[in-house]
Design a protein around this ligand. Sequence first.
Ligand code: PLP
Length: 287
Amino acid sequence: MSRVAYVNGAYVPLSDASVSVEDRGFQFADGVYEVWSVFDGKLADYEGHMTRLARSLTELRIPIPMTRQSLTVVLKETIRRNRVREGIVYLQVTRGAARRDHPFPAPGTLPSVVATSRSVDFQKAEAMARKGVAVLTQPDIRWGRCDIKTVGLLPNVLAKQAAREAGAYEAWMVDELGLVTEGSSTNAWIIDKNGKVRTRDTQANILRGVTRAAILDLLAQEGLELEERPFTVDEAKEAKEAFFTAAGAFLMPTVSIDGVKIGDGKPGPVATKLRRLYLERAREEAI
Ligand code: PLP
């Protein structure tokens, strides 16, 4: 029997079921999901999963796309159309499809709703339960590997959105020690009060920016003093200059942090020069 998925209002064969490549679930992991066990075609722990779903959506400020009643109809219909008696039903709701950009899309962008259901061999599960299974311990790195350019960008999305709502362009992320790690989609830099260019060293907690590396080359070429060492938020606020780098932004001078003016509140001379040099070189060397 061919399986069926619910996708944004329609029941379609699973092989034809699709969402946009610009869906924010695909681009940013900007979505939530729930899984219900199905017993005799019915939803187990109905209330617990519905309540958690509503909470997850509210926490992410994804508008709840349909009433609980309509959603229940969709889940039950997905189970029925897949002829599942014993199994699971999976639901995913994302912030919808929009041009790829970290901040939330325009109000009115419809969340994407997808449901699938499949049978589970409970006999097999029972046999496994009779024997028991093994566990392996692993370091909890959810998600400490910011050096990997993963699409798991939900924290970055939330940080960028917070910045935009506060009238800022970029968010700088701060670790538990009060040290700036990086921007939500950029690497962070300052010219500290001693005139040294500072940016965090590349451990697991920042992305190894390609633009960052190009700027490091330029610094060496220009004979500017560099310290690859983390800086605190206070050091950033007291800095002579600040800026951030990324392929999409090149080098962007930063004139205020949390409302505190940096330097004289205008793009500084070092940042301005580095931006010019970077653009000249990048343009020249582009292949
Ligand atoms: N840090 C994060 C979290 C990013 O998403 C990006 C770019 O997307 C960067 C830093 C800058 O990297 P690059 O200079 O390679 O674009």
